[in-house]
Write a protein that binds this ligand. Structure first.
Ligand SMILES: [Zn+2]
Length: 255
């Protein structure tokens, strides 16, 4: 056999033929094809996530991924609240920690909340706007005490605690969630309005009892979730359900 015949004989074997055909097909594919993730639903909920003033694990973003009915955008301080965002946002999720906003940002935030949209306040965002009584008394129903106030000592925190959380009563936000353990940070000594409705609580000695509540604010639906310090919480399936349910409920999509 002449040496030039060897490749031709090998090419007649089926496996080689198939492999070569695939190589040719890949090379011939037009280079205009771009991979894209599955499309969101046309009615996906428009969520604005505001961060800034406090560090956090990047695992936080995973709370908004993998759902075709949530379309989330992150806008950190100082650009958050610079414009009227009522038309482009249905639910505002706060994971920021800004003790005092400029008057124009207060106005934009207030107009959003008064327009009947949803508001979900997470973890350290309880430190937001602590000098704005309308915000912490009427809207959120709680606040961090940076100093002792009205006979109450300053709020304290403790990292890396084993917390047993227990649903209180029945509510769409805790539907399908029974008592669960979570490795997270506790807060103790928040000011909490007596008018809030508690949905999740704990007996942990380093924590206040209420872990999740809805505020009595009537113009929009407001949820506070104390849990959520780091990836131990962000990736906890019970926590993920709580945050997702709170977002949907605040938008009126969870009955
Ligand atoms: Zn924290």
């Amino acid at each position: 056999m002449k040496s030039s015949e060897v490749p031709l004989i090998k090419l007649t074997t089926p496996a080689t033929f198939v492999a070569l055909t695939l190589v040719i097909a890949v090379i011939a594919q037009p280079q205009t094809a771009v991979w894209r993730p599955p499309a969101k639903r046309s009615d996906a909920l428009k969520v604005l996530v505001v961060t800034g003033g406090h560090d956090y694990d990047a695992s936080f973003y995973s709370l908004f991924e993998g759902y075709d009915d949530l379309s989330a955008v992150v806008n950190p301080h100082p650009s958050a609240f610079q414009n009227d965002f009522r038309k482009r946002v249905e639910v505002l999720v706060l994971y920021d920690s800004i003790q005092e906003l400029e008057p124009d940002k207060q106005r934009n935030l207030r107009e959003f909340v008064e327009s009947g949209k949803g508001l979900v306040v997470l973890h350290h965002a309880i430190c937001d706007s602590v000098t704005w009584p309308w915000w912490y008394q009427d809207v959120v129903g709680g606040r961090w005490l940076f100093q002792p106030d009205a006979g109450k000592p300053a709020t304290t925190y403790k990292h890396d605690e084993d917390i047993l959380a227990r649903p209180v009563g029945q509510h769409p936000i805790t539907r399908g969630i029974s008592s669960f353990r979570i490795w997270d940070e506790t807060y103790k000594g928040l000011w909490i309005s007596p008018a809030v409705k508690v949905l999740l609580e704990t007996d942990h000695p380093g924590s206040d009892g209420p872990l999740v509540w809805i505020s009595p604010y009537e113009k929009s639906r407001v949820v506070y979730i104390q849990l959520g310090h780091d990836r131990n919480a962000h990736l906890n399936p019970h926590y993920r359900s709580l945050v997702r349910n709170a977002i949907l409920w605040s938008a009126g999509r969870l009955k």
